[in-house]
Structures are given as C-alpha cells and as structure tokens.
Design a protein around this ligand. Structure first.
Ligand SMILES: *[C@@H]1O[C@H](CO)[C@@H](O)[C@H](O)[C@H]1NC(C)=O
Ligand SMILES: *[C@@H]1O[C@H](CO)[C@@H](O)[C@H](O)[C@H]1NC(C)=O
Ligand SMILES: *[C@@H]1O[C@H](CO)[C@@H](O)[C@H](O)[C@H]1NC(C)=O
Ligand SMILES: *[C@@H]1O[C@H](CO)[C@@H](O)[C@H](O)[C@H]1NC(C)=O
Ligand SMILES: *[C@@H]1O[C@H](CO)[C@@H](O)[C@H](O)[C@H]1NC(C)=O
Ligand SMILES: *[C@@H]1O[C@H](CO)[C@@H](O)[C@H](O)[C@H]1NC(C)=O
Ligand SMILES: *[C@@H]1O[C@H](CO)[C@@H](O)[C@H](O)[C@H]1NC(C)=O
Length: 889
C-alpha cells in the first residue's frame, strides 16, 4: 500500500553480498523506484483536478478528496454513474537519479491497470492496455530525462469501450447484451477484460472502476531481472519420490553464462548447474530431486492436518558475483480429481483426493470483498478467511465473475489449509473470440497461472462460471441454427486456449472447463454436455426459492454441490450507516433498491412464511428488524438442511445418485450492505448462517431427517480414523425445559470418512413410547457419544412440526448479563422456557460470539464474545439485544 504524503522512497537492492568484501561494482546494483503514492487525476474536460492515490481508483480518489459521499450510501450508486462514463487521466511527475539512467535497461512495470488506457512517458506513447488482470511493462531507459519525468495514463470509460467493442462485433451478438433491470447495471461487460461484477450483479452494485488498482514501479538493471519465480512439487508415485519443478522468468540484458544453485536446505536437497541466460525475456525450467522424500511433511486441508512448508533458495552467479537471490515457500501435497465408474450407479464419481486421501470439500464461494479493490485491507481479508476456517470450512471457490485475488489471499489460504477452487474470470455470458481478445486472455492466463501455481491451496483451475450451462440450457435464447457458432467460440476460448496454457504451465492440478460441468462426460459430449446439471456427473449449482427448503427431497443428490443457497438481509447495524430512517421498512424504496435479485425480498418472506409467523409488530422499526431477523433464520435453516443432506449423502447411492463429496454454499462474503446469499455481512459480521455453518461443517456431525415418517440419524465423520458411536435422542415439550424422555441407540462402527445411519425409528412409535408428546407439542435434540459416553461433535435438533404450528411455546423472558474475566467477555443467559433461534446482537461492536442463533433448552447458558476491537462489559451490555422466535408473536 502506498504511504500517504511521504516522499518517494528509494530502494536500492544490493544483489552482491557475502561473496565480496569490497563494495560491488556499479553494474551489479539493481535499482528500484516505486511510483506508488500521490498522482494527479483529471476528467476529460478537466473540470475536476485532484490528487489520487496509487494503487487506487477514481471513485476512491473522489471520495477521499470530498468530491463525492460514500458511494455505498443509499442510492449513490445511481447518482455516481457519471464517473464511469467519463474519461480519466492519471499523471505522475517524478525524477530519477543519474545512476538509474545509466543502467543497461529500465522497465516501467504496472501491476494492474483498470482497464483500457494509453500510457505515455514524457510525451512519448509507450503502449496501450486492455486487461485489468495483466501486468504490463515497458522498456523506458532511453525516455528517462534528468529533470522531471511525466508519466501519463489516459483511461477511456470502460462502459463506452465495452459498448464500442460490442458495436464493432457486428457479425453476431454475444449475449447477454445487458444485465436485468433490477440490477441497475451497465451493458456488454463480456467485451472487456475487467471484473465482470463491476458492471453490477445480483448481489452487487454497478461501479465500473477506473484506475491503477495495483502498484507501479521503475526497475533498472545492468545484467538481469527476475520477473517471476514459481515452484511446483511433483510426486512420482512409482518411485515414491518428490521432485520440485522450479521456473524462472528472467529478463536478461545480454547472453550470460552463469551458474544457478537451487536448494531446499530443510530437505538436504541441492542442485547446481550451468545456465546460459539468453538476451530478452524467457522462462527457464529446472527440476530438483528431493533427497529426503520420505521425510517430507505434507500440507493438509483444514481439519485434516497441518500446513508445514520448506524454503527454496534460488541463487545465480556470474563468476563470483551473485546476480540472482530469492527465497520462496514450498509446500508439498498432491491433488487428484477422481472421475471413475461408481458401483451401482451410471455416471462417474467426482471427488478430490489430497495426499491420497478422499476429502469432502466443505465451504463456500468467494466474491470480491469490495467494489473498490484498493479498499480491501489485509485485516479484512484475514478476518474473512479466518472466519471461514473457524466455521470448519476447508474450501472456497474463487468465483469467475470477480478478480484473481491478491497474493495475500492465497498466502492466508495456504496458512489456514483452505483449498481454493480457482475459476478463470469469465461468468454467466458468451464471450467474443476476436484475435486481440484471445491474445490478451492468453497473456492474462499465462501470467496468472505463473503467479499463483506455487500455492498449495489452489487445488483446481476452472475455465468459467456457468457458461457451459448457459449454452447447454440456452439462457440467452440462441436459435438452434446458430448454436454451433457459440459452441465453437466456447471451445476456442476455454479448451483450445485457456486449457492448453494451463496444462502446459501446471501439470500438478486438475483443470475443469466450467462449473457446473459434467467433467469427463462433458468432454465426451464435445465440451458442452446436454445437461451440465446432471447429478450423476461432475458438479451442480442448484437454486430453488419456491420449494419448501426443509424438505430434503427437493435437493439434487449430486456428486458435488459447488453452489446453492438462499438470501437473507444483513443486520440493522450494518444497514444503518448507509441509510436513513425513512428507509427502515421492508417495503421502502431503499429496501427494494438494494435487492438486485428479481422478487428476492418477496421470496425470502414466502420461504420464511412456510415455517414461521411473519413479523407484524405495530412498531415500524421493530417490524423491520424482526423482518431482518426472520430472513436470517430462514436462510440459516435452509442452508443447514441442504448442507446436512449433502454431507449424509457421501457414502450412499440412492437411485444411482449420491456419493456427494462437496458442499460449497453460495456465498461467503458481501461486496456492500445489501440482501444477498452471504453468510458474512459487509464489514465482517457473522449472519446466523455462519454460526450454523460452524456446526453443520463440524468434523463429526449427527444429521437427523425424516423419510416416510421414519426418523433417521446419520453419523457423519470426516476423520481418518474409525469411531464407535451411538446416538442419544432427547425429547422435549415446547412448553417445558425439563426433557420428556431420552432414547439411545446401539454402538456402531463409523469408519473414517463416511456417513452411517445410526438411529432409525418411526416417529409415531417414538412419540408413543415417550408418553405425553405429539408432533405439535414436542421436538428432539440429539448428539453422538463414543463408547466412553463422551459426546462427539455438536448437539443437533429436529423439529417435528413447523415452529408456527408448535403448541406450548412460551415467552422465554431471557435475561442476559455480560461480564469480563481472564478469558474475555462472557454472556450468561437465563431462560424461563424453550427458546428457538436465540440471537445475540451487539450492534456495531465488531466481534463474534462462540455460538448464536441456537435452540435454548436449558435454564442457563453461557456464550463468550470475541471482540475485534477494544471494548468493555459496559459497552457490550448497552449494545446487547436478545431476540428469539417468540419476539415475533
Ligand atoms: C465536464 O464534465 C463533467 C463530468 O462529466 C460535467 O459534469 C461538466 O458539465 C463538464 N463541464 C463542461 C464545462 O463541459
Ligand atoms: C472519451 O474518450 C472517447 C475516445 O476518445 C471519446 O469518444 C469520448 O467522447 C470521450 N468521453 C468524454 C466524456 O469526453
Ligand atoms: C542427498 O543427501 C546426501 C546425504 O546427506 C548427500 O550426500 C547428497 O549430496 C544429497 N544430494 C543432494 C542432491 O542434495
Ligand atoms: C518452461 O516451461 C514452460 C511452461 O511452464 C514452457 O512454456 C517453456 O517453453 C519451458 N521452457 C523451457 C526452456 O523449457
Ligand atoms: C399480527 O398477527 C396476529 C396473529 O396472526 C394478528 O392477530 C394481528 O392482528 C396482527 N397484527 C397486525 C398489526 O397485523
Ligand atoms: C414471561 O413473562 C410474562 C410477563 O411477565 C409472563 O406472563 C410469562 O409467564 C413469562 N414466561 C414464562 C415462561 O415464565
Ligand atoms: C442458573 O442460574 C441461576 C442464577 O444465577 C442459579 O441460581 C441456578 O443455580 C443456575 N442453574 C443451574 C442449573 O446452573
């Protein structure tokens, strides 16, 4: 990040050290000059002239200088549409010292240009850019002057550019032309290589950004420059040996005969070899045999083991001078995507095997964390990813309509054991295949794969989001007679270009052409399957808002669920800063403005109304906050039911379907304060769903459900070892905190990595055996216990009726006390009755509770609060509200 207001800092990298006692000759010094910091920004008619931070964007600069308000406030997304329709110029004036100008070569490196710009230095055109996802560099040695140098980056409106490219593509349409009206977005985003959701999405605003979104610097050198270093551990199964493939992208000023030394000291492995670096920019590939292959400590996904790493050192020598010196982390793990015949089922399996072990992927989908990437802080990234790991997730899909995330994102995933399903950035559209488009995509893909492939967290590349499905199921009403044109374009882009590059660059991971896809079956069918949603092949995306989400029969028993979900509203404390009092009702203009999914607000209430009484307080504010609450209850319960269905389906084949090995719900995070499918609100606050995820993604989990009036409890285990477990079922009356009866099953072997039916009884028999119970008056809780009577996994529950029909519910009159002790803040609760969906909220005090949204069937309970900034018991007490379902009655 740039430092505000500080003078430009010189970085002198001494590439010669250790081997010399006297100072290095001048030609060995590589000089680097950051051009981050304050630039000047102007619009096309120069009515606006302002300072702008680099990295940054026009919106952020206008806001920082007070020209606009918070773009997220109320309806400002509409008010500020003009920004992306204007053209903008970033200018920087800088000096370079004489030592830099006498270097053999000087490169101007722009790490991210968003998006379409002409770049000039001292009035001389250097080149143009058209892809936000590429690094651009230009040789500038002979253009640098001793006085002021003027660097100018002139952007044209991305909206204008996209529409002109659409016009130029006159032979046939490349749909969709525009997003649905409800999204209030811009058209033709598929014609520009830019974050696709920046023109609006069904969860996000339209802020087509413009700017230098990553750093800019000058580098000058006499000998060579290392542009990129990547490493890939490859496992040779037959010899049980690890090899490390090391790749250097080097820019050499002239042909050099050197010596390169590659070493992994932690594994006593080293290789030294002569290398001739040829003049120009070339990639050099090496392999290092790992000497202590059997002792290598493996990287494991979260919940399956640790995430150890080794250091790889790369050194290059020219005679006695060191011309290269770099160290990177190396993690060892294997990953395979298994698509094999399944016993008892047509179709193919679809699961990931990491280090030889089948792993059920548990997690969610990742979208950009902010409309303005320069406002994504390291702390916000860390908080979101830590929240994912804390909810027992082991995987996230970086969705193809956003951005290839910054290095820090993948570094954190490496550390936390979060597996990444990495899409290429194409989503929900057809794409052109004109030569210049393909060329820029080829460069984008090559650069991104080289940048990212050293990360063990990435376990699969995927060509696009939903474009196979869009084509196969004809989202865009393409006439049958023209379909072949689009299939040809599809295969050209994703198969003949992207897939080929990825397979050459990275033999260490699987590549899928799309998501959802039938995988190997799609390939058989010419890359576009007749039905990419076939549950017997590949992955599935599934959404239905009209079905009763408590009925697991409505869900596809897929091999792998990579998207599914339900919307909810964020909490009042998240909405309050971007709204005013007149906005605080479910029917307000604001409430409908923030909803970008057609009928979304109605769908949430309709789904909630299937099981719950809807809020109808006469106090308008209470009615609004109750409505926010009930949408979160609905969402949490729906996603819980669906996820538990997927987890209990991992060992079964039913009517040819099953062996589910992944559940990634849509979506983890939010881009602004609005209703969406997320489990974490903009700002990091956990929705009820995220608290539920902690339980439904637990390593050992009891899942209860009914089939034909029979209650089943499955024990699901992601452990690698076997367990002996029994189910303990406790029956409660809604009217009473003392349980009615308890049933216990026999001990049963639960193999590691399986789901086993452990309890089965007809509901009628169960209730009859329990005395004074009916479906309407009673509910169940249950947990798993090992042979020593110790509980394994969380306690779960099963409702025998819709809560709106339950008889005997009383006002629980919960009281809460906050206290602080050595271990932090604790909230002790006392309840007078069974209380479903107990929700603790401390407003805008950032942090999270140890548990929330729970069913309280005890008189007392204690929940801890982890504060994310300094606070006090008094502040928490003042801010705390407790809501339960009965508060809506
Ligand atoms: C200059 O451009 C701004 C922003 O597009 C516009 O509001 C303003 O009217 C223009 N001014 C003139 C003098 O054309
Ligand atoms: C932006 O630049 C384009 C291309 O030069 C031009 O056609 C357009 O009129 C410019 N827009 C404005 C607002 O000046
Ligand atoms: C492998 O280890 C042995 C024993 O420590 C050592 O002699 C040898 O040089 C090592 N080989 C490489 C390639 O590092
Ligand atoms: C090195 O590998 C890359 C792919 O990663 C390939 O494109 C390139 O040709 C290889 N270079 C050499 C010198 O083998
Ligand atoms: C709220 O619902 C209750 C029970 O359904 C009903 O009796 C009452 O009239 C409703 N109140 C309002 C304000 O709609
Ligand atoms: C909760 O408080 C109300 C009002 O004081 C009372 O009528 C009700 O019985 C209480 N609930 C329980 C379960 O004690
Ligand atoms: C619950 O809390 C109350 C008040 O602190 C206390 O009197 C009671 O003993 C507690 N009950 C249990 C079961 O811990």
């Amino acid at each position: 990040m740039a430092q505000l207001g500080t003078p430009v800092i010189w970085a002198l990298s001494w590439l010669v050290f250790g081997v010399l006692s006297s100072p290095p000759p001048a030609w060995e010094q590589r000089l680097e000059r950051s051009l981050n910091g304050k630039w000047r920004l102007s619009n096309s008619n120069r009515s606006l002239l302002l300072p702008a931070e680099v990295p940054g964007c026009v919106h952020s600069a206008l806001q920082q200088q007070g020209y606009i308000q918070d773009p997220y406030f109320r309806f400002n997304d509409l008010l500020y549409q003009w920004i992306a329709l204007d053209n903008w110029t970033y200018t920087n004036t800088f000096t370079v010292p004489p030592q830099m100008r006498v270097k053999q070569k000087a490169l101007l490196i722009l790490h991210g240009v968003d998006t379409v710009a002409s770049i000039s230095l001292n009035g001389v055109a250097l080149g143009t850019t058209d892809d936000m996802f590429r690094r651009y560099d230009f040789p500038v040695r002979d253009l640098l002057s001793d006085g002021d140098n003027v660097l100018e980056v002139g952007f044209i409106s991305p909206v204008l550019y996209a529409s002109e490219r659409r016009k130029a593509h006159s032979s046939y349409a490349v749909p969709p032309e525009c997003p649905p009206d409800v999204q209030k977005g811009q058209c033709h985003v598929n014609f520009i290589r830019k974050e696709q959701s920046s023109f609006s999405w069904d969860w996000g605003p339209s802020f087509p950004t413009v700017g230098l979104w990553k750093g800019v610097r000058l580098e000058a050198f006499d000998v060579l420059q290392l542009i990129q270093l990547s490493s890939l551990p490859l496992y040779d199964r037959s010899g049980s040996r690890w090899r490390l493939r090391v790749e250097l992208l080097v820019d050499a000023v002239q042909t050099l005969d050197s010596k390169v030394e590659l070493s992994v000291p932690g594994l006593a492995s080293k290789r030294t070899l002569p290398v001739r670096f040829l003049q120009g920019r070339l990639q050099y590939n090496f392999t290092v045999d790992i000497n202590q292959s059997r002792e290598v400590k493996l990287w494991w996904p979260n919940g399956h083991g640790d995430q150890p790493f080794y250091l790889l050192a790369v050194r290059g020598f020219l005679g006695k001078f060191m011309i290269l010196n770099k160290e990177i982390k190396v993690f060892f793990r294997t990953v395979e995507l298994i698509q094999d015949p399944v016993v008892g089922s047509p179709g193919l399996s679809f699961y990931f095997r990491v280090n030889g072990r089948p792993v059920f992927l548990k997690g969610s989908n990742w979208i950009p964390a902010h409309s303005f990437q320069d406002q994504v802080t390291p702390a916000s990234l860390r908080s979101l990813l830590q929240s994912a790991a804390d909810a027992n997730m082991n995987a996230l899909r970086v969705w193809g309509g956003g951005v290839y995330e910054q290095d820090l994102f993948y570094d954190i995933c490496d550390q936390l054991g979060i597996m990444v399903w990495q899409d290429f950035m194409f989503a929900c559209a057809m794409y052109p295949t004109d030569d210049d488009f393909i060329q820029t995509v080829r460069e984008e893909v090559t650069q991104q794969v080289r940048r990212l492939k050293s990360h063990p967290s990435i376990i699969v590349w995927s060509g696009n989001n939903e474009n196979e499905a869009a084509l196969a199921t004809n989202w865009f009403s393409i006439p049958a007679s023209l379909k072949h044109v689009y299939i040809k374009d599809y295969v050209t882009l994703y198969v003949n270009n992207i897939r080929r590059i990825v397979q050459e660059e990275d033999p260490s991971r699987p590549f899928l052409v799309s998501s959802p896809t039938n995988g190997a079956e799609s390939e058989q069918e010419g890359w576009v399957a007749a039905n990419p949603y076939d549950p017997r092949y590949g992955d599935v995306h599934f959404y239905s808002y009209v079905h009763d989400c408590w009925d697991w029969r409505s869900f596809p028993r897929t091999r792998f669920a990579s998207e599914y979900g339900f919307q909810s509203w964020p909490s009042f404390s998240t909405l309050q800063p971007v709204s005013v009092q007149e906005d605080w009702s479910y029917g307000s203009d604001f409430t409908s403005h923030r909803q970008h999914h057609q009928e979304g607000n109605q769908q949430m209430l309709q789904q909630a109304a299937l099981h719950f009484i809807l809020p109808n307080s006469t106090d308008p504010l209470k009615r609004f906050t109750d409505s926010l609450y009930i949408t979160q209850v609905m969402q949490a319960e729906c996603v819980k039911t669906q996820t538990e269905f997927y987890r209990r389906s991992r060992s079964e084949i039913v009517e040819g379907k099953g062996h589910t090995m992944g559940a990634l719900y849509w979506q983890l995070n939010d881009i602004w304060q609005a209703p969406s499918w997320s489990s974490i609100e903009f700002g990091g606050k956990w929705k009820m769903l995220h608290y539920f995820a902690q339980h439904f993604f637990a390593t050992v989990l009891p899942v209860g459900f009914e089939d034909d009036d029979t209650l089943f409890i499955y024990a699901v285990s992601d452990l690698s070892r076997n367990l002996k477990l029994r189910a303990v079922v406790t029956v409660y009356a809604w009217s009473d905190l003392d349980s009615v009866c308890t049933l216990t099953s026999n001990l049963l072997q639960v193999p590691g990595g399986s789901a086993v039916a452990i309890f089965r009884q007809s509901v009628a028999a169960l209730l009859a055996g329990c005395g004074r119970c009916t479906r309407l008056t009673c509910l169940l809780t249950f947990h798993l216990q090992n042979e020593d009577g110790i509980q394994q996994g969380p306690t779960n529950r099963h409702f025998l009726c819709k809560p709106k029909d339950a008889q005997g519910l009383q006002r629980p009159n919960i009281t809460a006390k906050v206290r602080e002790d050595e271990s932090g803040f604790a909230v002790t609760l006392q309840s007078a009755a069974v209380a479903p969906f107990v929700w603790l909220d401390v407003g805008n005090v950032p942090g999270r509770f140890s548990s929330n949204g729970f069913l309280m069937v005890t008189r007392n309970a204690t929940v801890s609060f982890e504060a994310w900034r300094p606070t006090s018991a008094a502040e928490l007490s003042r801010s705390l509200t407790v809501t339960t379902l009965m508060d809506l009655y």
